[in-house]
Design a protein around this ligand. Structure first.
Ligand code: KIV
Ligand code: ZN
Length: 514
């Protein structure tokens, strides 16, 4: 009988700390539902004390999720822990995750506290969290650069105070696999009451070692891994959930533990996170990249045709890759549409929402005869964006692009129920269109990124455009999809401008200072 490896997903919390990856409450709920279908054990939904928006998002996830444990992050402060306890009140299973820094540099420069004081704060925080739930996790932040003797002292004290999971974060991605694995083994061996808690790890990818460090820790006794879909997260990101889970599953000859995940849901989750955050997945990304199971060289193709295992160590279908299945078409009815959307995890809130979305589906099916799951996912993203705080809408776009002529765009927007038109020239059709929009909205934002991905294959495929705008240090991503990439670009730009108009505290909440 193998041990269970607990999968703790922090896409909605640490993942959201990637610049521009902030999510609304409804987007978080959609991702949380997808994570629940993936059967992750713990979903870290946010940092309730950071903002009203984050509090409400954690509360909404706590209401929506029944099978996974819902976790809220809190600094080792009474007010943070009380906010987390309050946000998680309705969760079927809740966890409070409290943390305080333990490395010399963080204690001296950031906290300005003595080590003894840090232990006091940690113990007090864990005891307070236990008043809300008996499932309490403690993290010594920057453990990767902390003194091992000090870690042993603080961890022993928090176990006595009631912590049930001890998470060892490599906050700045400084560790090296063999050394990190040894640290985990030493902590488990040296802490006298270590058998009363589960050891967990949380690795960042600054040196590209987050997954390797996590796996080294698992080989040395860690039984929880904190990770994110697509490896999203602060700076270079966190350990990627799909890589950790598939490594453990594929190398059962080496690992003495296994996860309970339904790995067939991985690709759906990956696409959902990518489309909501606007962070595309690189084609050669392990497990979820478009080329992860594609064989280009003749020798490989020949081998795979003779026996799949010559070059494949996993089956594409085991992680949810299906060969672009045509699911719906222009003759599909409302029921077929509704049931496929439900299978993809989208729940219609009203008859009106179903009707509107079905209308959009029909419009798309008229332009593009075969509708794939990926098209429906893009439709879901558009509908959800639309249902939110959109005050600017695209009414019409006309572009004139001719060899030897300067491209011109004429655009009509609806802003707070008033139609306004604008025109501009540009170096190409996209450039002219975005300039025409900017001439109306005057956002004053800087374009940081513009990227186009085709959602499925073929020249009639929808293009999915990501636009990243920066204004006054704030970064937002906008997404747009259409069979015409100029229109997709306009939609993406407008979506980003709409996000810039939402008050910051409702979207990006991470402002921890302890
Ligand atoms: O990286 C980190 O140290 C964290 C903690 C809050 C666990 O995200
Ligand atoms: Zn982190």
């Amino acid at each position: 009988m193998k041990d269970k490896l607990i999968i703790f997903d922090t896409t909605l919390r640490d993942g959201e700390q990637s610049p521009g990856a902030s999510m609304t409450r409804d987007e978080k709920v959609r991702i949380a539902r997808a994570l629940e279908r993936l059967k992750v054990d713990v979903i870290e939904a946010g940092f309730p004390a950071a903002s009203i928006g984050d509090f409400e998002a954690v509360q909404a996830v706590a209401n929506a999720v029944k099978d996974s444990t819902v976790c809220g992050l809190a600094r080792a402060l009474d007010k943070d822990i009380d906010r987390a306890g309050e946000a998680l009140k309705s969760a079927a299973n809740s966890r409070i995750h409290t943390f305080i820094a333990t490395s010399p540099i963080h204690m001296q420069m950031k906290l300005k506290m003595q080590p003894e004081q840090v232990i006091e704060y940690a113990v007090r925080a864990v005891k307070r969290a236990r008043q809300y739930t008996d499932n309490v996790e403690f993290s010594p932040e920057d453990a990767g650069r902390s003194d091992e003797d000090f870690l042993c002292r603080i961890l022993e004290a928090v176990i006595d105070a009631g912590a049930t999971t001890l998470n060892i974060p490599d906050t700045v991605g400084y560790s090296i696999p063999q050394q990190f694995g040894t640290t985990i083994a030493n902590l488990i061996e040296r802490i006298p009451n270590s058998d009363k808690a589960i050891f967990s790890v949380h690795c960042h990818n600054d040196l590209g070692l987050a997954v390797s460090n996590s796996l080294a820790a698992v080989m040395n006794g860690a039984r929880q891994v904190e990770c994110t879909i697509n490896g999203l997260g602060e700076r270079a990101g966190n350990a990627s959930l799909e890589e950790v889970v598939m490594a453990v599953r594929t190398r059962q000859d080496i690992f003495t533990c296994e996860t309970d995940l339904d790995t067939r849901e991985i690709v759906t989750c990956s696409k959902l996170v990518s489309s909501i955050t606007g962070f595309p997945v690189q084609p050669n990304k392990a497990i979820v990249g478009a080329n992860a199971f594609a064989h280009e060289s003749g020798i490989h193709q020949d081998g795979v045709l003779k026996n799949r295992e010559t070059y494949e160590i996993m089956r594409a279908e085991d992680v949810g890759w299906s060969t672009n299945r045509m699911v719906l078409g222009k003759h599909s009815g409302r029921n077929a549409f509704k049931s496929r959307m439900t299978e993809l995890g989208f729940e219609f809130q009203s008859e009106q929402e179903l009707n509107d979305t079905f209308f959009r589906f029909k419009q798309l099916a008229d332009k593009k005869h075969e509708i794939f799951d990926e098209d429906l996912q893009a439709l879901i993203s558009e509908v959800s964006i639309h249902a939110e705080e959109e005050s600017i809408e695209l009414v019409g776009l006309r572009v004139c692009s001719e060899t030897g002529e300067v491209p011109k765009a004429h655009v009509t927007l609806r802003i707070d129920n008033q139609e306004i038109t604008g025109e501009a020239e540009g170096s190409g059709a996209v450039d002219a269109s975005l300039k025409a929009i900017e001439s109306i909205v005057r956002s004053g934002a800087t374009l940081e990124l513009y990227s186009v991905n085709n959602i499925t294959s073929g020249t009639d495929a929808q293009g999915e455009v990501t636009v990243r705008l920066e204004k006054g240090g704030r970064i937002v991503n906008g997404l747009g999809a259409d069979t015409d990439i100029v229109i997709a670009s306009a939609k993406a730009y407008i979506s980003a401008v709409n996000k810039l108009q939402i008050p910051e505290e409702r979207r990006h909440p991470q402002k921890a200072d302890v």
